[in-house]
Design a protein around this ligand. Structure first.
Ligand SMILES: Nc1ncnc2c1ncn2[C@@H]1O[C@H](COP(=O)(O)OP(=O)(O)OP(=O)(O)O)[C@@H](O)[C@H]1O
Ligand SMILES: [Mg+2]
Length: 236
């Protein structure tokens, strides 16, 4: 198994708030790895730092063998990393299809029609609504659109920040089914979630983040069976 992403001793602060305190973890090609933790644990801070939107005080992020410390964020996407941010952040005034096309901006226009068809195959709901303005989509549809937009860049690593947030249980099931299919088709995924049960049910491995530190790690099955994890994150 080859390592795609390696995070070493990452530290991130907002002024005097030390949000991420020396965390280390890695993601191997073809895996789903999940980072779980409560509100404020530092999950989004970690993803935003990996994707270059925030800078770390020290520590390193290595992606496909390259230290990203000096690579600007727009170049990080062209290296093969895509982030679906918390709260989706689709372009509300643009149509579904225009949003998807925006996701291909690092690729040039040649492959766009084929990539659109592929994404529409993965998300038939988006195809039906391709002329609809994104701001009028439901929360679940916006989540699908944000994921489809990320896939338009052909990422080697797809990072999802709380895809289940604010969605009804049935939509959460649908989104996780899509993540499972992407994984089956070979995608490598780093999944951040508060919904530990759902995340561990599809991930290969997990890391538990508490107030900026990794406190436990292991195969998902082990974490799901751990009494301490059950008590803190799985409602019993
Ligand atoms: N822009 C900011 N300025 C100051 N503090 C921040 C900022 N963004 C996040 N923080 C703080 O950093 C800590 C980690 O926040 P982060 O958003 O990474 O948590 P999270 O695990 O993603 O939580 P959630 O599940 O609620 O999204 C929190 O204490 C938060 O208040
Ligand atoms: Mg967050």
């Amino acid at each position: 198994m080859s390592v795609i992403l390696s995070v070493e001793n990452l530290n991130v602060s907002y002024g005097s708030i030390h949000a991420v305190k020396g965390i280390s973890f890695d993601v191997n090609e073809g895996e789903i790895v999940t980072l779980i933790g409560a509100n404020g644990a530092g999950k989004s801070t970690t993803l935003n730092t990996i994707s270059g939107l925030l800078r770390s005080k020290n520590g390193s992020v290595t992606f496909m063998g390259e230290n990203l410390g000096r690579v600007p964020p727009h170049k990080i996407v062209s290296r093969g990393m895509a982030l679906v941010p918390e709260g989706r952040r689709v372009f509300l005034q643009m149509t579904v299809q225009e949003n998807l096309e925006m996701g291909a901006y690092t690729k040039g226009s040649a492959g766009i029609p084929a990539d659109l068809e592929k994404v529409y195959g993965q998300f038939p709901r988006l195809k039906e609504r391709r002329r609809q303005v994104a701001g009028t989509l439901s929360g679940g549809e916006q989540q699908m659109l944000a994921m489809g937009r990320a896939l338009m860049s052909h990422p080697r690593l797809l990072m999802l920040d709380e895809p289940s947030m604010g969605l009804a249980p049935i939509l959460v099931e649908q989104i996780f089914e899509i993540i499972r299919k992407l994984h089956k088709a070979g995608s490598t995924i780093l999944l951040v979630e508060q919904n530990a049960q759902m995340a561990l049910s599809i991930a290969d491995r997990g890391y538990v983040l508490e107030t900026g530190k990794i406190v436990t790690t292991g195969p998902s099955g082990e974490l799901l069976a751990s009494p301490a994890i059950k008590k803190a994150y799985l409602g019993g």
